[in-house]
Design a protein around this ligand. Sequence first.
Ligand code: GDP
Ligand code: MG
Length: 450
Amino acid sequence: MFDNLTNKLEAIFSNLKKAPSLNKEQVESGLKEIRLALLEADVALPVVKQFLENIKPKAIGQEIIRSTSPGQMIVKIVNDELINILGVKNQELNLNAVPPVSFLLVGLQGSGKTTTAAKVAKLLKDKHKKKVMLVSLDVYRPAAQEQLKVLAEKNKIENLPIIENQLPIDITKRAMSVGNLNGSDVIIFDTAGRTQIDLKMMMEIKQIKKLTNPAETILVADSLTGQIAVNVAKEFDSTINLSSIILTRVDGDGRGGAALSMKHVTGKPIKYIGVGEKIEDLEMFYPERIANRILGMGDIVSLVEKAAQDLDEDKIKRAEEELKEGIFTMDSYLSQLRQMKKMGGMEGVMSMMPGVNKMKEKMKNASIDENMLNSNEAIILSMTKKERENPKIISGSRRKRIAEGSGVDVSKINKLLKQFKMMSDMMKKMSKGKKIPSGVLPDEILNQLK
Ligand code: GDP
Ligand code: MG
């Protein structure tokens, strides 16, 4: 699916990677080529724009890490942004509701709904050990109900018995009561598609959605149709509010645009992909793996990651030295926050300080909000070098600028500066060998961090 894009990116990077150093013009022309490659892969224009906007400052202002080259750094930057645009994390289908849990599959005719309904049923049955019932609401296309029934029987999945001439709304009601009676965990509704979106179909789906109150409203979209699939998703989402997307025919030779645009344009995650006609040809959608498949440069990505980690360790050592002398800057605070993130708690933060062993246990057990760590990191990254070295100069207008730059409220900046001040005071005291009244300060700081 991504072959063409992969080849294009490979060619672009083979030039960039060779250069021992890159000037602004070289980087910019590389970015231009990346932009073209994405457009040729049928990625939606707003997505391409956002993509470039996000990588440009990083690529141009990049901090080259020892033992990597600028080209390698750009590979890593592009890789990270691909993951970002694809949706960052893989997400499982939501089964979190009172059983029977309903899933509603919607989409255009031929997009793969019926096949996907059976695939999902089989997955839930085999992997999640759920009792699943399939229900076809497609009374319009001849033999559509039969198609699902055959798939169900072949794979030993329950299928709501077909009653000739019953209408979708009545079938839905019957399915809900049968599902309740026979103790189904999940009921999967395969709806009727049309060749294009029409009002009548939408109204019917809306009604069915009301009746079934689904935990998942899944759009099944054909990746081979590229931007059309993305537009269809947008329309479905605005009328019936989708919860997720399953992209089919990812085994085909589409250009990849649908996969790359879907999340950004609709805001809804791709949870699974169809990769063949057989019932087991359904894969979870892993942004990281897809990015790796597109770029095909996993080795470089891990090399840069490793180098970045070494650099972090260098920085931590330096911060440690500085702390001993009572120097505490935003940069040292940033490196502590990153440590915290890595260690998943407060443990790392002050473990570098002399004489804080007693506090350590306490720190370890304190639960710190991951979002706070991320937003504090973003805030510090939005500060200038001068501001980081000397936070005292951060005035009202600077606070506003930093808030905008990091996408948070000014109140968050105030809070962070307060935390910083407290920590810095404590560090100073400690470096002078003064004793901290035991148990007082950590609580104060912990509360600040929550
Ligand atoms: P519906 O009209 O939306 O219910 O679509 P169907 O489920 O009937 O599928 C239409 C055709 O697409 C069938 O021939 C399926 O075998 C095929 N199909 C569905 N998903 C995939 C997929 O992920 N890969 C491939 N290669 N074919 C698929
Ligand atoms: Mg069908």
